[in-house]
Design a protein around this ligand. Structure first.
Ligand code: B1M
Length: 232
């Protein structure tokens, strides 16, 4: 071991989080796993580790990717490191014992392979008591329709991270309309390039800025739907 090697467990919390941002940037999966375990061991809530150490680290990666400082192979390593940290947090986030809320099918739309945000939304929804059926990435409309038919969810969730793929959400919603099933489901959309206006324009029930907002929106819309059914 060299003299200047950083011992993660010896760093105070703020420096450790900073170091995890650097390690995520450098795509160091083992270090991210270790840092995640250390923070949890120090009593951090899984959600705090997720947002402060991992999501914030990925935000920095995103900036340098945008500015041409990082390239796809490097960002892929960062994504893998992030996923390793998320894998540790997932069971902890799901362990809340929240009462069952409903079922959600979620997937990233056709042409788009970004899945970290979608996975995070799935984890948080599970933690809030939803059953989540994740149909993965690059989904044509048929995949959504098949999953809807098979699982009969309350909510259909779509993710898109590219300005070129987000219009595909309208294809899915329009096809649901053509088949006369649109109103049977709550449709939520999300992803970095979207906004509320876009959500309305494509005919979704709501645009969700992040995972926490998705949980709140899903609960609220399910409650409203139940009230309408009860009142009918
Ligand atoms: Co890509 N990529 N990428 N990328 N990538 C972006 C999206 C980009 C903004 C980077 C940039 O230039 N600044 C840019 C898009 C530009 C644009 O469209 N205007 C971009 C590009 C250009 C590309 C490629 C075209 C690059 C290339 O090949 N030249 C290529 C496209 C591949 C494809 O999909 N066909 C590509 C590839 C990749 C990697 C494979 C290297 C990797 C993905 C790995 C993976 O996901 N497994 C990658 C990554 C990691 C990113 C950035 C850096 C990070 C995305 C991420 O994971 N964020 C991203 C930069 C950025 O977004 N600022 C970028 C962390 C995550 C927690 O946040 O995904 O926003 P996010 O999810 C949030 C919310 O958006 C929301 O909640 C989540 C949690 O809070 N949300 C939902 C997301 N989905 C939801 C669904 C819901 C509700 C809420 O349903 C109800």
């Amino acid at each position: 071991m060299s003299d200047d090697e950083i011992i993660l467990s010896e760093l105070p919390d703020d420096e450790l989080v900073q170091q995890m941002h650097d390690d995520l940037y450098d795509g160091l999966k083992d270090e991210i796993e270790e840092g995640t375990h250390i923070l949890l061991g120090r009593g951090w809530q899984p959600y705090e580790v997720l947002t402060d150490a991992l999501v914030e680290g990925m935000r920095i990666v995103g900036e340098d990717f945008r500015d041409g400082i990082l390239f796809v192979p490097e960002v892929l390593l960062s994504a893998n490191a992030m996923k390793a940290g998320m894998a540790i947090l997932r069971p902890l986030l799901a362990e809340t014992g929240a009462p069952k809320q409903g079922k959600m099918v979620i997937g990233t739309v056709k042409g788009d392979i970004h899945d970290i945000g979608k996975n995070l939304v799935g984890m948080m929804m599970e933690g809030a008591g939803f059953d989540v059926i994740d149909i993965g990435i690059n989904n044509p409309v048929e995949n959504y329709l098949d999953a809807i038919e098979e699982h009969q969810p309350d909510i259909v969730g779509m993710s898109a991270l590219l300005t070129t793929t987000m219009p595909y959400m309208k294809v899915v919603i329009d096809t649901m309309k053509e088949k006369g099933i649109r109103e049977d489901y709550i449709v939520l959309v999300g992803g970095a390039p979207l906004n509320e206006e876009f959500g309305k324009a494509v005919g979704a029930d709501a645009y969700c800025r992040d995972a926490a907002v998705t949980v709140e929106t899903a609960k609220e819309l399910i409650k409203r739907r139940h009230n309408v059914t009860a009142g009918a």
